[in-house]
Design a binder for this molecule. Sequence first.
Ligand SMILES: [Zn+2]
Length: 354
Amino acid sequence: MSASDHSSSRRSFLARTAAVMAVPSIAALAGGILAEPAAAETTLPDYAPVPPSALGPTLNEQGYYVGRVERNLYWVTDGTYQAAFLTTHDGVVLFDAPPTIGHNLQRAIDQIAAANGVSNKVTHLVYSHHHADHLGASSLFGRNVVRIGHAETRRLLLRDNDPARPAPDVTFKDDYMLRVGGQRIKLAWHGTNHSPDNIYIHLPDHDTLMLVDVALPGWVPIYNLNLSEDIPGFMAAPATALSYPWKHYIAGHLGRLGNRKDVILHQQYVTDIAESARTALATVDPTPYFAKYGANAWAAVKTYLDAVTDYAAAPVVAKYTGVLAAADVFTASSTLVILESIRLDLGFGSQIHP
Ligand SMILES: [Zn+2]
């Protein structure tokens, strides 16, 4: 292979990676590392293969897939992020606008609207929560779209003042029934979980629940249980999700739709981590860490809690490798926040000085 072949194949590899993994900003940040792929490949760790059950449909040439969820409800993915939309007599209701899907959102809507002879005009945009990775393409839909979200979503977006994410015009605190073109969309807030403003989007006439950044079908959560702000709230969310009647689950992440089994499996995974963390906290002896590091309290705390985390994570990684993708990648990270929540939220192991 000539140098120019190599560089063009590397360029196309990077372009494909950016499209498939939807991490162009991370790729750009890591430009210095990516310039030396051969060196990195020799030092990067190996992980267990992704189970086929975690993967979704193939993306088209533009880097997206759009499919029907049920009747006039559709979902769009770039392989990592997901949005959804409902076509109605009065226009399209869009649910989230991830920037990685970006202009492919309208392309997907155009494709479905043309095939069904319905309007392709987005009139309403429902926000699942305020995070930029799910809303950063909101401004593409202009000023005249009605944006609906939780009151806390509005407060946080006004605070963060990002022109890509206009604050919602229509807000609610507990629940809200959105009706567009004869369709019913039930929005509800059941307390903090992944974020303080994350809502449950229920489409009762489409047997669908959209709950973003909680259970990720086929995959374990990323860092720290999906970077969640309220660990007990996050751990309670699957039961709330399962209390609704639905068949299809739109998780906001990765390449396929979910179902009830996916949410139950996620719930079991988190429960297993919590049980293992309690065992580890009761088993790993802190004495040698504090003996070795003496006055360096943080060194003792870190090495002790890292040891508890490893002890707790190991059986969970073994159980879920081949069942949930990336169990060997992120279980330790999520285990640390769960064991910290068990200590700090629940008070497990807390002792009053005599
Ligand atoms: Zn989020």
